[in-house]
Design a protein around this ligand. Structure first.
Ligand code: 2U9
Length: 344
């Protein structure tokens, strides 16, 4: 019996040494110290022993159980410590490692241009007004002195939804709606950015959908010189303090007189180059004094009020600013194109 106990002890202690997991230790514990284990078996067999053997074997069996238990606990502590080390090593963050790059998006170039232009005009006291993209024929055309059969309507080939509803061809209806809201009481000082739609075939300079920013200022005594001053300020704040403007006579049904507005070329400083086609000037927007008929239809008395209005194409400004030669890039969502505008 003594040898058996000794053998069990050495066998169990050897297995504890070999054990490489807490589970293995638990199995050894159950196998050797469990109810069905050999130590228990020896203790159950105490009855067959002689009276002098019983205390010896009993004591030895308890010593063996204690030795195995102690070794088990020692090894458990060791394995738990190793587990903690392993976890620490596994979970330790090497703060010197470069972080996972946070893929940041960026403003779409058109959004960036609209926000920049808005900042300039808000700085001049204009408020931003917006309106529906699905417009009525009245606000898109009639209220802007473009009666039903007006030839200029063809210039703005339209996506009609019904005889009375269409996708707006410019943001001017927003100004017309806003004028009505003011019930003939000036001043009105708004800019209207937004998407517009024209039934054009897309090519490098035309898109069936593009963006405009138009503006309107109505007050007691607004003059052409106010328009010119405002445009000069806009050009200097948007394009650069060194830039100048030039006004050329033009025609729009909703303004009289009307002008095309050029800004001095930023590439050649006005001397003439490929970008400005040797003219030194770049056409950027149109403007004019609000037509009295439009004031009237907007509920303003042309005898008491006058105003100026202007309009610019956002894609055109972005193409000038970033040297882009095809308007379709703005709409194809090609990341190779869009990633160029990431703010570093
Ligand atoms: C009201 C009164 C007047 C808006 C104006 C322009 C001149 C103009 C073009 C610029 C580039 C359209 O996108 S574009 O092709 N627009 O040149 N727009 S004056 O005049 C208005 C608008 C509303 C009530």
């Amino acid at each position: 019996m003594k040898d058996r106990l000794e053998g069990l002890k050495n066998e169990a202690l050897e297995k504890v040494v070999q054990a490489d997991s807490l589970k293995a230790l638990q199995d050894i514990r159950v196998a050797y110290l469990g109810k069905k284990g050999p130590i228990t078996e020896v203790l159950r067999g105490m009855g067959q022993l002689s009276a002098e053997e019983r205390p010896l074997i009993g004591q030895m069996a308890n010593d063996v159980r204690a030795a195995i238990t102690e070794k088990l606990e020692e090894k458990e502590t060791q394995l738990e410590a190793q587990e903690v080390e392993r976890k620490l090593a596994e979970e330790s963050i090497d703060v010197t490692l470069p972080g996972r790059p946070v893929v940041k998006g960026a403003r779409h170039p058109l959004t960036a241009v609209v926000e920049h232009v808005e900042d300039v005009f808000i700085g001049m006291g204009f408020e931003v007004a917006e309106g529906p993209e699905v417009e009525t024929d009245y606000y898109n055309f009639e209220a802007l002195n473009l009666p039903k059969d007006h030839p200029a309507r063809d210039m703005q080939d339209s996506f009609y939804i019904t005889n009375e509803l269409l996708l707006r061809t410019h943001t001017s209806p927003v100004q017309a709606r806003t004028m009505e809201k003011y019930k003939g009481q000036g001043p009105v000082k708004i800019i209207c950015p937004g998407k517009v739609f024209r039934r054009d075939d897309d090519d490098a300079t035309h898109s069936h959908q593009f963006m405009q920013i138009e503006g309107l200022y109505i007050d007691g005594n607004v003059r052409m010189s106010d328009l010119k001053g405002m445009l000069d300020t806009f050009a200097k704040q948007y394009f650069g303090e060194d830039r100048t403007i030039r006004l050329r006579p033009s025609f729009f049904p909703f303004t009289e007189p009307s002008v095309e507005v050029d800004v001095s070329c930023g590439i050649c400083g006005g001397k003439g180059c490929r970008v400005c086609k040797q003219t030194g000037w770049i056409e950027v927007l149109g403007a004019g004094m609000v037509h009295p008929r439009v004031l009237e239809m907007g509920g303003f008395d042309p005898k008491k009020y006058s105003g100026f209005a202007f309009g610019m194409g956002v894609e055109r400004l972005a193409m000038l600013k970033y040297g882009i030669d095809d308007i379709r890039h703005f709409y194809t969502n090609d990341l190779r194109f869009l990633e160029q505008f990431k703010q570093v």
